[in-house]
Structure formats: structure tokens, C-alpha cells
Design a protein around this ligand. Structure first.
Ligand code: FAD
Ligand code: NAD
Length: 437
């Protein structure tokens, strides 16, 4: 049952359109790099926003058709409309029709942007990530409120497109759930690109004007700054969608944050037998990421079909931010490992320590957290292309490999991944360019 379009947030308003836009942003950044570093006499004429949107939407639309085709091919009946539980096995759909589930019900209603009291989005001057996709044009200046993945990606995108960008995060660092060094390197990279990064900061007041927003921001030092911007993007998190879902009729409640918590995480089954829950509707440790949601969906589908399904290992789910610089990580942060009383070994290496890192010239870092005499606990990357580089590290962490297991494998030269390989060589006591500390 789907009231909008199959594919959900990720395909229509999230991962895919935002990554398409960030790809265009990389191309724009490449023009400046070509001119400034490589003697290529190129200048940016302009960005044709409707053309960018057309390419983005074509990618979304082709994926949408693909999902619809796959569902049809698999014999899935898609019922259009808002679904409401009327009992543990009964669902009514607004478009008409009632349904009784023989095997079970899967709740997958996802999430929507959180907004702030007194700051209602108007789709034009105060916007959410949904509105930002469908805005009529690109703003000349933006205040992004929230330095999580959405805030960081949109701040990065708008800066590439030439806007003046202020990024305001209430916590004392960007991506507060990531390793401290990831937050530091990311903030440094964004500042180098001219983004005004304000962490430990608060939006005190926002006045909507005819042509933008006047905002008062209290910085971490207690100064009050007035910023006038064409657009204020609210990216302070997402809230689970359960309104009108009829949870009570099925004997279910939400937790205090609005999530539907499973009673049995191994089957993602709620306290009502036969009702399962997946995706953004789940509380942590489910990470609110599309790839984790896909895996949760597979687990429930296989469970309901009576097929074997390997348990989910949330600790080995990679986390990627597609800004410039990118961040990618898997496993425990250094602080998280210490909290769990691990005797940790840390090694960090700048990406520019390898030749390919110098070619890219964008800085970046590899940080590995390992248990002394034991497995690798976490890998944290910042820099160009790290979204594609994290795959080997997820296997390293997921398979409980030790640094010496990784160190025996030869990395291709010259690649950015060599920096990952060298970080492990040093941890295994066979450092080439680094001494083991
Ligand atoms: C801007 C942005 C960028 C993102 N980028 C990434 C990324 O790069 N990588 C990543 O891993 N994650 C990313 N995410 C997160 C990702 O989109 C979510 O984790 C994922 O979409 C969750 O999937 P879901 O199926 O739980 O929910 P959703 O994708 O939200 O789908 C829920 C579906 O349920 C439908 N629905 C809701 N209630 C009802 C009802 N009562 N009846 C019928 N239908 C209903 C909705 O219409 C919707 O289609 C991003 C999110 C945003 C907003
Ligand atoms: N690349 C990706 O994987 C990707 C991209 C976008 C979104 N997502 C997912 O979508 C979800 C939503 O992302 P998000 O970035 O909106 O949420 P988030 O919860 O990850 O980050 C929100 C940030 O806003 C800050 N914040 C909250 N209130 C604030 C306030 N009043 N002023 C200033 N800062 C404030 C929080 O401290 C936090 O750092 C997350 O689960 C995220 O992982 C993932």
C-alpha cells in the first residue's frame, strides 16, 4: 500500500535526487580546480537549474519505472492510497478496500522532515529538504540549520553552486555521531570552501522578509550575528510517520520519540505477533539509512517466507556523507571504542601522503580504530571518493579482521585506497612511510 510513489523518500526526495545534484556540484567544482591547478582555461558560464533538474528527475523517473516494473514482475499488487490498521491483521485503504493479511503486516511508513516551532516552512524562503528539490531556482545565499547529513550535503551543494552559505549546528561539531576527527576534517574542508560553519550555535530569531529571511544566530562565543539570506533550509532531523496509521487499533504504541520499536529485533517483529517494522520507523540502533532499510526489508520478507536470513549487523553498516569533502565510516568511533573499554590502537594518515591524494589535492584523512591485539573496530575516512572507498572497510569490520589480515593484501598503486592499506600496514607493525606509535 502506497499513498504517494513506490520508492519512497530515498528515490523521490532523498538519496537519489540529492546525489544527482551533488554530482553536478562536483562537476562545477572541477571547473575551478581545472583552472586553478591544471592550467585548463575554463570558466563557469552559468548553471541552468531547469536543465539540472530535468537530468535529476529523469534519473529518478527511470528508477521509479524500474521499481514499478520489478514489483509487477514479482506479482506484487500495489494498492494506491493511505493505509490504516483496523486490527492486528486488518488494513483499510482510503482509496477504498479492506484487506486481511494471512502471514503478517509490515509497517514501512518512513519519516518526514522535522520542523521547528515558530519556523513553518513556506516552500520558498523557509524550506525543508523536500522543498529545496522543487524550488523555482537556486538561491544566492542560504542559511542551513542543522549539521547532520542533510545539512552538510545541502550546504556543500549550494556552495558549489555559488551561494554564500552559513551552516548552523547546535551541537559542538558537525555530524555529531561520527568520530571527532571526521567532524574536524569535514568542518575544515567546508570552511576552506568558504562556508561559514557555526557549531555550538543557535538560531535565536528568524524574520521572513519579502525576498528572504533575516536570522539572528548566537555563536558558540555568545556573539549575536545577523545574517540575511535568500533561503533558510531547516535540516534538524526527521520524524517517523505514524499519524493516521491506526497503531492503537492493532494494539501498538509508539515510543516517546514516535518510533515503533520491535519487541524482537532479530525478526523486527513488534509486540503484536505478525506485525513487523522496518526502515525509518525503527528507533536506533537502526540508523535511518536507505541501505539499512533495504536490508531490514529483506530480513522481514525472508522471515515471513520461512527462508533463512542472516542477522543484521548494524555495527557494520557504512555511513556516508556526499558533501565536498565526503565522509565515510563504518564501525566504532574512537570515543565509542573507549566507552566500551577497548584497549584501542589508533592510526591516522592524511590522504595526501599517497601520490593519488596529491593528485586530487583536496586533503582528507584515513583513521583506523583497532583493539590492541584484536580486530579492527572502526574505519573513518574524509576526502574525495571516500564514498566508494568504504566498501573494503565494511568487510574488514564486518568480518572482524585484524590489521595484519588486511596488511597482507596489496593495494593497487596509485590509488587513494593505498592510504587505507598503509594505515593497516603500520598498525600491523610493517609501516612503510609511518612509524608505529
Ligand atoms: C535529503 C535526503 C537525503 C538522503 N540521502 C540518503 C543517502 O544518501 N543514503 C541513505 O542511505 N539514506 C539517505 N536518506 C535517508 C533515506 O531516504 C531513508 O532512510 C529511507 O528512505 C527510509 O526508507 P523507508 O522505506 O523506511 O521510508 P520512506 O522512504 O520514507 O518510505 C515510506 C513510504 O511510505 C508511504 N506511506 C507513509 N504512510 C503511509 C500510509 N499510511 N499509507 C500508505 N503509504 C504510506 C510514503 O508515501 C513513502 O513512500 C536521505 C534522506 C533525505 C531526506
Ligand atoms: N548521505 C546519507 O546517508 C544521508 C543524507 C541525508 C540524510 N540522511 C539521513 O536522513 C536522516 C535525517 O538527516 P538530518 O541531517 O536531517 O538529521 P540528523 O538528525 O542526522 O541531523 C540533524 C542535526 O541538526 C542538529 N539540530 C537539531 N536541532 C537544531 C537546531 N534547532 N539548531 C541547529 N541544529 C540543530 C542536530 O544536532 C543534528 O546534528 C538521518 O537519518 C540521516 O542519516 C542520510
Amino acid at each position: 500500500m502506497e499513498r504517494d510513489k513506490v520508492g519512497g523518500t530515498c528515490l523521490h526526495r532523498g538519496c537519489i535526487p540529492s546525489k544527482a545534484m551533488l554530482h553536478a556540484a562536483e562537476l562545477v567544482d572541477g571547473i575551478a580546480e581545472a583552472r586553478e591547478r591544471w592550467g585548463v582555461k575554463a570558466t563557469l558560464e552559468s548553471v541552468d537549474w531547469p536543465a539540472l533538474v530535468a537530468t535529476r528527475d529523469d534519473i529518478v523517473s527511470r528508477n521509479h519505472k524500474g521499481v514499478e516494473g520489478q514489483l509487477s514482475h514479482a506479482g506484487v499488487q500495489v494498492v494506491r492510497g493511505s493505509a490504516q490498521l483496523t486490527g492486528p491483521r486488518n488494513v483499510r485503504v482510503t482509496s477504498g478496500g479492506t484487506f486481511t493479511a494471512r502471514r503478517g503486516v509490515v509497517l514501512a511508513t518512513g519519516s518526514r522532515p522535522r520542523t521547528l516551532p515558530g519556523l513553518p516552512p513556506d516552500g520558498n524562503r523557509v524550506v525543508t529538504s523536500d522543498d529545496a528539490l522543487f524550488a523555482a531556482g537556486l538561491p544566492t545565499s542560504v542559511l542551513v540549520l542543522g549539521g547532520g547529513a542533510i545539512g552538510v550535503e545541502y550546504a556543500s551543494f549550494h556552495r558549489s553552486m555559488g551561494a554564500e552559505v552559513t551552516l548552523v549546528e547546535a551541537a559542538d561539531r558537525l555530524l555529531p555521531l561520527e568520530d571527532l576527527d571526521v567532524s574536524r576534517h569535514l568542518a575544515r574542508g567546508l570552511k576552506r570552501r568558504g562556508i561559514d560553519v557555526q557549531v555550538g550555535a543557535r538560531l535565536m530569531e528568524a524574520t521572513v522578509l519579502d525576498d528572504g529571511v533575516r536570522a539572528q544566530v548566537r555563536t558558540s562565543r555568545g556573539e549575536i550575528r545577523t545574517v540575511e539570506v535568500a533561503r533558510l533550509l531547516v535540516a534538524v532531523g526527521r520524524a517517523p510517520v505514524t499519524d493516521g496509521l491506526g497503531l492503537a487499533a492493532a494494539g501498538l504504541t509508539t515510543d516517546e520519540r514516535g518510533f515503533v520499536a520491535p519487541a524482537d529485533w532479530s525478526r523486527l517483529e513488534t509486540s503484536v505477533p505478525g506485525i513487523h517494522v522496518v526502515g525509518d520507523l525503527l528507533p536506533p540502533p537502526s540508523p535511518g539509512l536507505a541501505h539499512a532499510s533495504f536490508a531490514e526489508g529483506m530480513l522481514v520478507a525472508e522471515t515471513l517466507a520461512g527462508l533463512p536470513s542472516p542477522p543484521l549487523d548494524y555495527a557494520a553498516v557504512p555511513r556516508v556523507t556526499y558533501s565536498s569533502p565526503q565522509t565515510a565510516s563504518v564501525g566504532l568511533t574512537e570515543a565509542g571504542a573507549r566507552e566500551r573499554d577497548h584497549d584501542v590502537m589508533i592510526n591516522t594518515m592524511p590522504l595526501t601522503a599517497v601520490a593519488k591524494g596529491m593528485v586530487h589535492g583536496q586533503g582528507g584523512v584515513v583513521k583506523v580504530v583497532a583493539a590492541r591485539g584484536g580486530p579492527v573496530l572502526g574505519v573513518h575516512l574524509v576526502g574525495p571518493n571516500v564514498s566508494e572507498m568504504i566498501a573494503e572497510s565494511q568487510l574488514i569490520v564486518g568480518w572482524d579482521a585484524e590489521p595484519s589480515d588486511v596488511a597482507r593484501h596489496i593495494h593497487a598503486h596509485p590509488t587513494l585506497s593505498e592510504a587505507v592499506g598503509e594505515t593497516f600496514l603500520t598498525l600491523a607493525g610493517r609501516g612503510l612511510h609511518q612509524q608505529q606509535s
